[in-house]
Ligand binder design. Sequence first.
Ligand SMILES: [Zn+2]
Length: 84
Amino acid sequence: MKQRKCQGCKQLKSADLMHKITREYKSGEVFLNPSSKILGRSAYICKNKECIKAALKKKTLKNALKINDLTQIEQELLNIIVES
Ligand SMILES: [Zn+2]
């Protein structure tokens, strides 16, 4: 099982236990990418509130994706927090 580093807690975990967030190569848009259908630069976050909040607050997600504006995906991630 492939391991990926969480952008919140920085721990290595199995990728299928995490949210995958990808900046698509062609469009530069950022998506939640659970099925890995979107090709691009990806970052991973554990599926818990603390790690999502930490990744947004510390701007590690921006750095990992090399993007300045995460407004769209931030809202999606915050919606996940509300739903869980
Ligand atoms: Zn984490």
